[in-house]
Structure formats: structure tokens, C-alpha cells
Design a protein around this ligand. Structure first.
Ligand SMILES: [Zn+2]
Length: 213
């Protein structure tokens, strides 16, 4: 376990390494950010954003919460998406779930978890939407993993439901939304090959907010 003091020692080393590879690294960093990616992932300490993508400071805008939920009424997530799309003009929005997600597991159990109930209900709603498929999976672990994938895809759909995404995409042709799963047991990123164009068309049947003003 890392001690508290160790963090600052690590930071000193990191600064020295960055300066050694590029003496203007922090000068450039201070000029501003221009990331191509918005990453929305789980708060789980094992699932880091930059590290698993091999990206550096300044290359990805990040939002994390329990079970990578994108809730319509979450001012935090909605602000992040808004800022990333309108001001940073990111090219890609990624929702990255992960197998063995504690949030997803908790949502699969019939238990009152207090303040977590409304949050986990987002995942229970995903289960309800896909209950026929999920209930047909007899193996518990396989069902758990499939719910992680379906939850990730549903959060992508929640992004597509927003006016900010629809307007930006119709105007500029980006950002596209992607669903990934990080497999903790292998370290691999799996692209769920979320069909962005088809989902956008489906969603606009009912949630079309992309009309010109
Ligand atoms: Zn998680």
C-alpha cells in the first residue's frame, strides 16, 4: 500500500521525468487542453482512464462515477458532456464499463442499499429492459458480464438522447459514441462495436432534439 508521503515523492519523480523528456511539457500543458476523447468510466480504482488507453495528460477528458452511469438528471454528467461536446469539441465519446463491476453486482441483488438505491436503479432499469435475454443466461457470471455490457450500451444510448449530442453530430459529423468494456482479468479493452448510426436513427424516432433552432 502506498503511504501518504509516497504520493508527493511520486509526484516529484513524475515532474522530473516529464521535464527530462520535454522541458516545456508543463508550459504546453498550461496553455490549455484539446483532447479528442471524452471518457466516461467507473470510479473503480482498478479501472484507470489514461493508463488503460495509453494516453497522457491533456489527451482525454474524464468523467467517472459508480458503474459509469449517464443519467438524464445528473447535472454533473450532463455538464461534462455539454462542455466536452460544445467547448472541447471532442471527436469521440467513450463509455467504458468493466467486468466484475461492484455497482452492477449490487444492482443484481435484492437489497436496500440506502442512498445508493436511486443510483443503482439506473442499472436495474437496464436489467428490466433486457430481462428476457438476461434471464435466459443460466450461468451467473455470464449473466453478470452481459449486464455490464448492456449497461454500457444503454449509457451510450442515454448520451445519444441528449440535444447537445444530436445537434453537434448533425452539424459537424462528430462526436461518435462508443461502448467499451475493460476486462480486469486480462487487462484488455473490448470494443462492443456499438452501432452508433443505427442507434442514433432509432433514438431520433422518439427523442429527436436535433432540430435547427
Ligand atoms: Zn465498476
Amino acid at each position: 500500500m502506498t503511504t501518504y508521503e509516497q504520493i508527493f515523492e511520486n509526484n516529484r519523480k513524475w515532474v522530473a521525468e516529464k521535464r527530462a523528456s520535454d522541458k516545456d511539457f508543463f508550459k504546453k500543458l498550461a496553455r490549455g487542453q484539446n483532447p479528442d476523447f471524452l471518457y466516461i468510466g467507473c470510479s473503480d480504482s482498478r479501472v484507470t482512464a489514461e493508463e488503460l488507453m495509453g494516453l497522457r495528460a491533456g489527451e482525454v477528458f474524464v468523467h467517472r462515477n459508480i458503474a459509469n452511469i449517464v443519467s438524464n438528471t445528473d447535472l454533473n454528467a450532463m455538464s461534462v458532456i455539454n462542455y466536452a461536446v460544445i467547448h472541447l469539441q471532442v471527436k469521440h465519446i467513450v463509455v467504458c464499463g468493466h467486468y466484475y463491476c461492484g455497482g452492477v453486482k449490487a444492482a443484481m441483488q435484492n437489497e436496500d442499499l440506502g442512498i445508493l438505491n436511486p443510483w443503482l436503479r439506473n442499472i436495474r432499469d437496464v436489467y428490466r429492459l433486457h430481462k428476457d435475454e438476461l434471464n435466459n443466461i443460466k450461468d451467473n457470471e455470464a449473466r453478470y458480464k452481459r449486464l455490464v455490457e448492456l449497461n454500457t450500451e444503454e449509457q451510450c444510448i442515454n448520451i445519444i438522447k441528449t440535444a447537445v449530442l444530436q445537434k453537434a453530430y448533425l452539424k459537424r459529423g462528430y462526436p461518435k459514441v462508443h461502448a467499451w468494456v475493460f476486462d480486469i482479468r486480462t487487462g484488455r479493452l473490448i470494443d462492443l462495436e456499438f452501432d452508433f448510426h443505427k442507434k442514433l436513427d432509432d433514438i431520433r424516432e422518439i427523442y429527436d432534439l436535433g432540430m435547427e433552432e
